[in-house]
Structure formats: structure tokens, C-alpha cells
Design a protein around this ligand. Structure first.
Ligand code: ASP
Length: 357
């Protein structure tokens, strides 16, 4: 039977060993990051789409545009990538086969925020979040009513499932249990022609997740977006950290911005993005702030279960253009795409609790 595919598994897989094999290690010392230049725009997506998004967002900033416009333009590109199975169009559905999107936006200049949760059939949830932010006196709208709201503003409904995610959903459904009626009939299921093709499960290798896009513009104003399809095959109606201001995203014009990906429940309980911005306000670099937040969450769990390590990646920038990216554990450090006047580059941060080789 195929294993249940969850975002937690993506993270623990990409991090390498299981939590039982992990040791809590002292962190290496870090400088403030390789950035140090403003204006800039960053994203947690380091693939080709992330780069395309950075180029588009940078065009806005380089032309003297606002950080809030730049992050929206960049995030829209990632939301529209059909091959990205964690964000927007082509994102994994919930356990009922329905794509439910979460997104938030925050504008440091106006100290304003907007978000949508469990939004169906709209490709660009972060743009709906922006309307919530700018055209209502609310911060968060959810579900059916968020969809109705989006339609009032001219967003059109479309099917967000792609052939790839529809097939992934059906394959998972058929392999989830041998105690239900999904899959070939009992007397046929072992015959070769009725067995599913042993395709490499592309879901297992998806290196991306939710996306965070953060920017500082020429005026020194800061903005951010976090947008996602959430945990793959989540329970219908589940809301992650991405649309929760302070959890999946936080922006402070005087300090910087932070965003989270990974297991949303951990991020909500720790108010992680707010915590990171607070740490930066206290003088920590963005890199240190990311590490502080991951360490803080790990310490909470350690008291309950010494062998458990959560799975997140946190990213942060400050108003000086310094950078931060950290993953909880594994052998792949946190990474972000960065675009500033020097061009496009990938910044490599750290691993809070590296796995033992
Ligand atoms: N943070 C997202 C959520 O919990 C998932 C992810 O980042 O992959 O919904």
C-alpha cells in the first residue's frame, strides 16, 4: 500500500533522517546574510518559477514601484504555475479532491493586512487577499463567502485541479486502504493489467512548498505575501498558517518581514513570523531570527517528546536588506531566491538541527 502523502512527509523526507536519529546541536555562528542591499525582493521558491517571479517583481521595484505591488506580481506568477503542486493553480486538493487555497498579504507602509482561507476556484488567492486588505475593513475572509466576495470583484472561477493533481488524488484514494471499495474488484486487483503502473511518484520529490515573497522598495517600505494550497489531502476546511497574520507572514515597516512554510499547525501555535520580526527588532539578524524561531518551536516539543522535531523553513529580511533562511533539520539548508540591483542569486542559510551523517 502506498504511504499517505502529507506535507509533513515532504519535509521529513527532504530533511533526510527521521526525528529519532536527530541530535540537538549547537548552531554555527552566522553573519547577517549575503544581502545587505536595498531595495530587494526574495522568495522561498528557488526553482525556475521562483526566478521568473523575482525578475517580474524586481521590474516593479526597479521602476520605482511599491513593495506591495512587487510581491503581488511575483506571487501571482508562482500561483499560476501549473506544475507547482503546493501553490495556487495545480496545487494539491484536500481529502475530498477539492483545491482549497490560503493566502495573506501585509503592507508595512500602511500597517494593513488581508487574507483568505479555504478559497476555492480562484487562481490568485493573494490578489483576493489584497482586495480584502485594501477594500474592506476586515483582515480575513473564508470559504464560500470569500469566493462570493472575490466574484463580486471580478475574479472568475476556474477548475484548479490539473491532470497531474487529479491523477495524484485518484491514485492516493485507490491506495489509501484495502478496506474500502476504491480500486479494482477483489478478484482482479492482483492481475498485472489491473495493477497501477509503478510510476515514480513525482509527489515525493516536489522540492517546493508554500511560497513566501518579501520585498523592500526604493522608499524603504516593506511588504510580504504567503500563498499556498496548504497540506496535500488535508481535511476539508482545514486552515494552515499561511493566511494567519503573525503565523505564516508578518511585516513591520520599521524592522523587516518574515514568512513560514512547513507544518502550519506548528507555525500557528508559535506565532512564528511575528516572533521572527520581534527578534529582529531586538537586534537579531534575519538569519538569527529564523534560527531563534525554529529553535523555540523545537524546544517546546522537546519537553513533550524528546525525539520529535517539527519540519519548517523560515525566511526573513530586514530593512537593511540582510537575509535569513533556515530549515528545522535534514541536510538541506534553508534557501531563498534573491533579486536586488546586483542581479539574481540564491542565498543559502542554515539548518537549525542538522541530521547526523
Ligand atoms: N504551511 C502550509 C500549511 O500548513 C504548508 C506548507 O508550507 O507546505 O498549510
Amino acid at each position: 500500500m502506498k504511504r499517505r502523502i502529507t506535507r509533513r512527509r515532504f519535509f521529513s523526507q527532504s530533511f533526510g533522517l527521521g526525528a529519532g536519529a536527530l541530535l540537538f546541536k549547537e548552531l554555527p555562528a552566522f553573519d547577517g546574510g549575503l544581502g545587505g542591499q536595498v531595495p530587494l525582493i526574495i522568495t522561498s521558491h528557488t526553482n525556475a518559477t521562483g526566478k521568473k517571479a523575482m525578475v517580474a517583481g524586481w521590474e516593479v521595484i526597479a521602476g520605482g514601484g511599491r513593495a506591495v505591488d512587487a510581491v503581488e506580481k511575483a506571487a501571482n506568477i508562482i500561483e499560476e504555475d501549473p506544475n507547482d503542486m503546493s501553490v495556487g493553480y495545480g496545487g494539491f486538493p484536500n481529502e475530498d479532491g477539492v483545491v482549497q487555497l490560503d493566502a495573506s498579504i501585509m503592507d508595512g507602509k500602511t500597517y494593513n493586512a488581508g487574507a483568505v482561507a479555504c478559497l476555492e476556484n480562484i487562481k490568485n488567492p493573494c490578489s483576493v487577499a489584497r482586495i480584502v486588505m485594501e477594500r474592506t475593513d476586515h483582515v480575513l475572509m473564508v470559504g464560500r463567502d470569500a469566493l462570493a466576495f472575490a466574484k463580486k470583484w471580478g475574479f472568475t472561477e476556474e477548475d484548479l485541479l490539473t491532470e497531474k493533481t487529479r491523477e495524484a488524488y485518484l491514485r492516493r484514494k485507490e491506495n489509501l486502504s484495502d478496506r474500502d471499495d476504491w480500486g479494482p474488484p477483489e478478484h482482479l486487483k492482483d492481475l498485472p493489467e489491473f495493477q497501477q503502473r509503478q510510476r515514480r511518484d513525482e509527489l515525493d520529490d516536489d522540492p517546493h512548498g508554500t511560497t513566501n515573497v518579501l520585498a523592500v522598495d526604493r522608499n524603504g517600505d516593506v511588504a510580504g505575501i504567503t500563498t499556498t494550497s496548504g497540506l496535500g489531502f488535508k481535511i476539508a476546511g482545514r486552515v494552515g498558517d499561511s493566511p494567519i497574520i503573525g503565523a505564516g507572514l508578518y511585516v513591520d515597516n520599521e524592522v523587516g518581514a518574515a514568512g513560514a512554510t512547513g507544518r502550519g499547525e506548528d507555525v500557528i501555535k508559535s506565532c512564528a513570523s511575528f516572533y521572527m520580526v520581534l527578534r529582529m527588532k531586538e537586534g537579531r539578524t534575519p538569519q538569527q531570527a529564523c534560527e531563534d524561531a525554529l529553535r523555540m518551536i523545537a524546544e517546546k516539543y522537546k519537553k513533550v517528546n524528546p525525539d520529535f522535531l517539527p519540519g519548517e523553513q523560515f525566511v526573513a529580511i530586514n530593512t537593511k536588506g540582510e537575509l535569513g533562511a533556515c530549515r528545522t533539520t535534514g541536510n538541506r539548508p534553508g534557501r531563498i531566491s534573491v533579486q536586488n540591483a546586483s542581479g539574481y542569486s540564491i542565498y543559502t542559510g542554515s539548518i537549525a538541527f542538522p541530521t547526523e551523517e
